[in-house]
Design a protein around this ligand. Sequence first.
Ligand code: HEC
Length: 148
Amino acid sequence: MKFFIQRLVKQLILFLTLAFFSACSNSESIPPAPTLSTEQRLELPPDMENGRRLFLTCAICHEDTEGAAHRIGPTLWNVYDHPAARHRDFTYSTAMKNSGIVWNGPMLNAYIAEPAKVVPGGRMVYKGEPDPANRRDLVAYLASLTED
Ligand code: HEC
């Protein structure tokens, strides 16, 4: 009986430890990749969590919070519906400065698909996101980076 209780207590401690650590890691966890097909996802509203997950590839070069400094790329806080190359304290390529782009949904979608095609001679080293549902989710995430 004593042995049984000892085992039970050990198991309980193990369980609580695991629960504690999984709760800790959950708070900063990366959302899981979507399981539905691209077509199915396009029928549904944008998936912000997936957008946040995809932004991790952009985050190597871009900040996404208010007041954050530029990195390899300019901060993307408030980028949505604003003209390209609007930060005076970031050194853009001449191509980006002369692009005349306004970063609305369709332009962001096109740029994320093929940066080199939308801004030929630009400096963003990113191969492009081929999945239209992923791009749609990323654009929704970018549109959310604003105080309004
Ligand atoms: C390897 C670094 C790198 C990665 C990864 C990257 N970018 Fe960029 N990004 C840049 C640089 C550098 C520029 C400036 C380009 C220029 O001046 O031609 C830029 C510019 C931009 C701009 C224009 C901003 C403005 O102020 O006009 C947008 C929008 C953008 N990136 C979105 C993204 C998104 C979304 C992703 C992820 C899917 C991404 N970038 C991934 C480096 C990167």
